[in-house]
Design a protein around this ligand. Sequence first.
Ligand SMILES: [Fe+2]
Ligand SMILES: [Fe+2]
Length: 373
Amino acid sequence: MAVQRENHREDVAGRANVEDTPELLAYYDALDRHHAGALWTVANKIEPWEPKSQSVPVVWRYRDLRDHVLRSIDLVTPEKAGRRVIYLNNPGRTDVAAAVGWIYAGLQVMKPGEVASAHRHSASAIRFIMEGTGAYTVVDGHKMTLGANDFVLTPNGTWHEHGVSAEGSTCLWQDGLDIPFVNAMEANFYEVHPDLRQAVGHPVDDMTKTWGNAGLTPSGGDWQKGYSPMFKYEWAPTYEALGRYALCTDGSPFDGVMMDYVNPVTNGPVMRTLGASMQMLRPGEHTKAHRHTGSYLYHVAKGRGYSVINGQRFDWQERDIFCVPSWAWHEHVNLDDRDDACLFCLSDLPVMRALGFYREEAFSDNHGHQPVK
Ligand SMILES: [Fe+2]
Ligand SMILES: [Fe+2]
């Protein structure tokens, strides 16, 4: 059997550049039989000059997907399906079921009165509400109520269950998890709660009321865990904060007015593996292009516009989701001249930063804007 290999021949000193000969091919076959190989046959592939993402830029338009997601209500029950989710399948990452890079995402739907059984897993999740009323999540006995553009954390190892109250309406939300990453690390465990439901042991929304007060944390409050105790981040204070910040900043030339959601105890990311931010593009704003390591999944929380990703234009409007793969050039445009646009962004930035992999570069030609193909 011929040895599978990639020979990216480049006439650069120090890079692999070995011509195949019958003798070498026979040698590679002999090595292969011992589960070994010659590094120079793969070196240029496994050590690229710069990151080469397998993910491709995609926009998932809500108007295309919403009816399909709702249809799953008639096709499967939450009991049988476990979770009634339509996942976002990046054409370059179907082998690991990722929306981008090592991030999984899906659209989940629940009817009033439905509840999924409590479980826990090594993967961490952010659940971002898209529409409907009455959604709630219970995390380790803390019940959080959720409205549109709110999100809730279900960190690594926490018991959690999702539901919609009987008085509510059908709810749709975006799940974002680090499942592909945890699987790549071969560290994923999954467990169903022995009682299927967990008891609520605290006042409703207590974690956000306790930890989510701007500039204030509870005196003597103690929190040692590796994720934010706030659990739920609400849209109203987020939007208000962006508006306040916009009054006194020019913002980033690449990101507009952008703020990171933080763990109030550490001021660091909300969880160890997944970060969240919200960026506001002011009326008519067109940011400059840059690129950086890390995978980014954007959810249009408000407004309409487009992003240019590696020279390709992707139009978006409220509730659409799009991804920016690692090291892809990107810039954003708010097409509304009178109102702002807001992009919720889920990323693996905490991993990139913690491991020292974060890099960033500005697009220098053409006044900072990519030519659009
Ligand atoms: Fe879960
Ligand atoms: Fe960026």
